[in-house]
Every structure is written in structure tokens, then in C-alpha cells.
Design a protein around this ligand. Structure first.
Ligand SMILES: NC(=O)C1=CN([C@@H]2O[C@H](COP(=O)(O)OP(=O)(O)OC[C@H]3O[C@@H](n4cnc5c(N)ncnc54)[C@H](OP(=O)(O)O)[C@@H]3O)[C@@H](O)[C@H]2O)C=CC1
Ligand SMILES: O=C(O)CCC(=O)C(=O)O
Ligand SMILES: [Mg+2]
Length: 482
């Protein structure tokens, strides 16, 4: 048994240490638990898995061989994962007439750490997303999607090696709450009646045929994801956290996300570790010898001379507040070593992650922005075939690891697609469990196979002189190179 404290667990994504373990692996397995000192991982953890729909089974069958081989190579039989198949999606419906059986949810609740393949969500009507349901049922509020470059991976951008980002996507709120009302329904009529009562129904251009959706974003939900992002930046020495939001248009939802994020970053919890971008400008001006607050405000606001008196007063007040409250602790360049927290509006963020990727390190955003950003960023480092992720609750320890991509139905059953997204999700899972040696072996195997240009179709079609491997062959290649 090894214990992985919350903090140590994350640090171990980088550090490499051998942990003590007493009981040997057994055939039936033991549940991972959350103890008072953090996650308690036995040598024979039971890990529930969902193979998934579409290409899910191909990828899962390839990946599980790699996971087992990595654990065997790292621990020589002393540790072994006991896989527990659980059902969801099309297979579950065929066998149980339910899309997401209670037994499956209970397994993820009981065993704490799990992994899944993609599940199909019909477009327009039909069932709501099972992927989202799992996140909400287990309150897996952190969706962590690292985006990093592997040497040799084909990329549409000139300097993919500059991409090293970690997306922290809020995973339980926003339009993913699934509160929608179909046009013409009784509920839609009630929504319209409420809008009339609130005096805003005129804002609905075509009221009779409009469907409605509700976008809840809360202070608690925002604070816990921003906290996760800032803590990650601090532990892994990342330069900054960018709050990607569309607060100029959705003022009270996405705007509040940014506002609450800044409030947390400047609260006593993080005050000695963080500086906001505007604070950094004010401190920088003062470090450069600008003593006059009005002069500092003019540098802070290039349009100062065209501002109203009230706006100018507010800018000067902001300068005074920053200098008086934190110059002693953050001035004289000290702020440069702290986590820089800034807000970037979502549309320009989607351009800047391409044009100046090194300005982005930890990216924290509401649910929908995170969904868009994950796939867009993956393109820069070779595509969705190599984009892993986790869904985590940092308090209870529950976590389900899964690729960023979907079921890619046109390739289902062809043993064709790239299993790297699930392999790297497994790497994240092993790190989460503190099994870093096995996690590293997977990374080594993937890097080495890519460098040797022995890759699946998605990379082969963009690489010169590469050998195209099937999904299962790529798994063999990774195993042979671990
Ligand atoms: N977490 C989850 O379970 C998710 C589920 N979904 C669901 O999946 C279904 C299909 O979604 P769709 O929009 O087609 O998106 P997908 O991500 O499933 O596939 C889109 C394209 O991405 C590429 N791709 C996907 N997986 C791989 C892989 N492993 N290796 C290489 N390339 C890959 C393929 O590109 P190319 O054509 O260029 O070869 C594919 O056609 C939907 O029902 C959707 O709701 C979607 C996202 C996440
Ligand atoms: O649940 C789905 O079908 C899509 C989810 C998705 O795109 C994501 O989580 O990135
Ligand atoms: Mg997505």
C-alpha cells in the first residue's frame, strides 16, 4: 500500500521516487481509498473501465495491454491493476436496457479511480451526454487536459514545441448543466412568460420559435476550478494562469467567472503567490521609477487623457491601492517570480494560442470554452489522437481518466485510430496513483515510437517516410520501446 497525499500526488507528476509498499498484488484486488493523508493505493487496485462506443473498444484493447506491460515492467509482479469492466453507452443499452446503469456509477464511487473510452451522444434529440452525466454524478469538477508536444509529431504550426499548456476546464456547470427548453414546448412558453414578467421578452427576436438554454455559473464552481488551476501553477512552477472568458458579452456568467477568479487570486489564500496582470504593470512602472500615481495611471491606461474624471480617479485609485497594499511584498521585481493571473477574452484567446502559444501556460475556463479550446489546441501538437485528460474531484479523490476525442464512428472496428490519447490518459492515471515509474514507461514508449516514425494513420498522413501502423500494432510498438 502506498499513500499519495493530495499535494504529493500532483508533485509526483514530475518527481521520481520509489514508494514503500507492503502487501503484494492479489487476484481479486483492493479498492483505492481516500485516507486522512490522501489517496491510499494498494498494490492490487481495482480500477473500473468503460471500453466505450465506436472506436472505443479498439483503443481500449490496445491500451490495456500497454498499461499492464508498463506496470509489470516497472514493478515485476509486485503491483498489478485488477481491471473491472463496467457498462455504459451502447453496450450497456444492449445488455441492460439502460445507458448508464446505477451499478456503473456505484463502481466509480466505490473504487475512486477509473478510466473510460468515448461514449456517443446523439445530436439534437435523444439521450443527454453520458460523459457529462458521469462528471456531474461524481462531481468531477476539474477537467485537466495537458497539451504538450512530442518530438517528431507532425503539426500545422511552425513552432509546436512552444505549446505546453494545461487546460483546467470547469466540468460541472455552464450550458453543460443541460437546462434547455425546446421551442413550442410548455416549458419554453413558461420561460417566455417569465421573460415578459422580467421585462426582457423583447430581446428574444423570434419568440414563438425560440428554444432556450440556461447557463449557470456559480461563485463556488468558479472558485474551486480556479483554485485547482492556481495550485497546479504553483506546484509545477508554471508562470501564469489565464482565465479565458467571454465576460464582455456574458457579463454575469463568464464575466463573473473572471471576477471571482481574480478575487481568489488576490485573496489571502494566494496573495503571496499571485500577481494579476494589471498589478504587474503598476508594480513594474513603480520599479521603473514612476513615483507619481497619475503618471503610473497614464501608463496603465494609454487612453487616460480621453477618460472621464471619474474614470481617471478610478485609475489613480487603483494605482494607489496596489502600491499601498502590495508594493512591499511584490515590488522590486518580486512579482516576476509569482504566478501571473490574467484574463483573456475567449475569441482572441483562440487566435493567440496559435500565434503566441508561449504566452499561455495554465488555462482556466468555463466548461464550453474548455471544450472548444481542448480540440483546437490538440491540433497544434498532432491532433486529437494524442490529447489526454482527466476528470477529477480534488476533495473526494474521485477521478475518471479519458481521452479528449469522441467515438470517431467512421473508424469503428477497423483497428486503425491512434490510441495515444487513452495511453496518455493512462499515464495521467498512473501518476495520479503515484505509480510514476509505470507512467514514465508509457511516455518513453510513445515518444520513441513517434521519433522512429512508426505511427498510426493520423500521424503517418502528415509525416515524410513514416510507417503506418494499426491501433494494436502501435500498442505493440510502444510496449517494445518502453
Ligand atoms: N468524452 C467523450 O466521450 C466524447 C464523446 N464525443 C462523442 O463522440 C461522437 C463523435 O464525435 P465527433 O464530433 O465525430 O468527434 P470525434 O472526436 O469522435 O472524431 C472527430 C475526428 O477526430 C479524429 N479522431 C478522433 N479520434 C481519433 C483517434 N483516436 N486517432 C486519430 N484521430 C482521431 C478523426 O479525424 P479524421 O477524420 O481527420 O481522421 C475523427 O474523424 C459524438 O457522439 C460525440 O458526442 C465527442 C467528444 C468527447
Ligand atoms: O459528451 C460528449 O458527447 C462530448 C463531450 C466533449 O466533447 C468533451 O468533453 O470534450
Ligand atoms: Mg470536446
Amino acid at each position: 500500500m502506498s499513500t499519495v497525499s493530495k499535494s504529493a500526488r500532483r508533485i509526483m507528476e514530475l518527481s521520481r521516487g520509489v514508494r514503500a509498499h507492503s502487501a503484494a498484488a492479489t487476484a481479486n484486488g483492493t479498492a483505492i481509498r481516500m485516507g486522512s493523508n490522501g489517496l491510499e493505493v494498494p498494490n492490487d487496485p481495482i480500477i473500473p473501465f468503460i471500453a466505450g462506443d465506436g472506436t472505443g473498444p479498439d483503443i481500449w484493447n490496445a491500451s490495456v495491454r500497454v498499461f499492464d506491460a508498463a506496470v509489470e515492467k516497472a514493478y515485476k509482479g509486485e503491483r498489478k491493476i485488477v481491471w473491472k469492466k463496467v457498462l455504459a453507452g451502447e453496450e450497456a443499452f444492449r445488455k441492460t436496457n439502460e445507458w448508464l446503469p446505477e451499478e456503473t456509477l456505484q463502481a466509480f464511487r466505490d473504487y475512486l479511480v477509473g478510466i473510460k473510452g468515448p461514449l456517443t451522444t446523439p445530436l439534437g434529440g435523444g439521450i443527454r451526454s453520458l460523459n457529462v452525466a458521469l462528471r456531474q454524478e461524481l462531481d468531477l469538477y476539474v477537467c485537466h487536459r495537458p497539451v504538450r508536444y512530442f518530438k517528431g509529431v507532425p503539426s500545422p504550426v511552425k513552432k509546436p514545441e512552444l505549446v505546453d499548456m494545461n487546460i483546467f476546464r470547469e466540468n460541472t456547470e455552464d450550458i453543460y448543466a443541460g437546462i434547455e427548453f425546446m421551442n413550442g414546448s410548455d416549458e419554453a412558453k413558461q420561460v417566455l412568460a417569465l421573460l415578459e414578467k422580467l421585462g426582457v421578452s423583447k430581446k428574444v427576436r423570434f419568440p414563438e420559435s425560440s428554444s432556450f438554454g440556461i447557463k449557470p455559473i456559480s461563485k463556488e464552481g468558479t472558485t474551486r476550478i480556479v483554485r485547482a488551476a492556481i495550485e497546479y501553477a504553483i506546484e509545477f512552477n508554471r508562470p501564469g494562469v489565464t482565465l479565458v472568458n467571454k465576460g464582455n458579452i456574458m457579463k454575469f456568467t463568464e464575466g463573473s467567472f473572471a471576477k471571482w477568479g481574480f478575487e481568489l487570486a488576490t485573496s489571502p489564500e494566494f496573495r503571496d503567490k499571485c500577481v494579476t496582470e494589471r498589478e504587474s504593470w503598476i508594480l513594474g512602472n513603480r520599479d521603473d521609477g514612476v513615483e507619481d500615481p497619475v503618471q503610473n495611471a497614464k501608463l496603465l491606461e494609454p487612453g487616460y487623457d480621453m477618460m472621464t474624471d471619474a474614470q481617471q480617479d478610478a485609475a489613480v485609485q487603483e494605482v494607489n491601492d496596489v502600491i499601498n497594499s502590495i508594493y512591499a511584498t511584490h515590488g522590486n521585481g518580486k512579482y516576476k517570480k509569482m504566478v501571473l493571473v490574467r484574463g483573456v477574452i475567449a475569441d482572441i484567446a483562440l487566435q493567440q494560442v496559435l500565434t503566441r502559444p508561449d504566452d499561455f501556460s495554465v488555462v482556466c475556463c468555463p466548461n464550453l470554452n474548455g471544450d472548444y479550446l481542448s480540440d483546437a489546441l490538440a491540433a497544434q501538437v498532432g491532433g486529437i489522437g494524442i490529447a489526454p485528460g482527466s476528470n477529477e474531484n480534488l476533495v473526494t479523490g474521485h477521478a475518471i481518466f479519458e481521452a479528449t476525442h469522441g467515438t470517431a464512428p467512421k473508424y469503428a472496428g477497423q483497428d486503425k485510430v491512434n490510441p495515444s490519447s487513452v495511453l496518455l490518459s493512462g499515464n495521467m492515471m498512473l501518476n495520479y496513483m503515484g505509480w510514476n515509474e509505470a507512467a514514465d514507461l508509457i511516455l518513453n514508449g510513445i515518444s520513441s515510437a513517434i521519433e522512429a516514425k512508426r505511427v498510426t494513420y493520423d500521424f503517418e498522413r502528415m509525416m515524410e517516410g513514416a510507417t503506418k501502423l494499426k491501433c494494436s500494432e502501435f500498442a505493440d510498438e510502444v510496449i517494445s520501446r518502453m
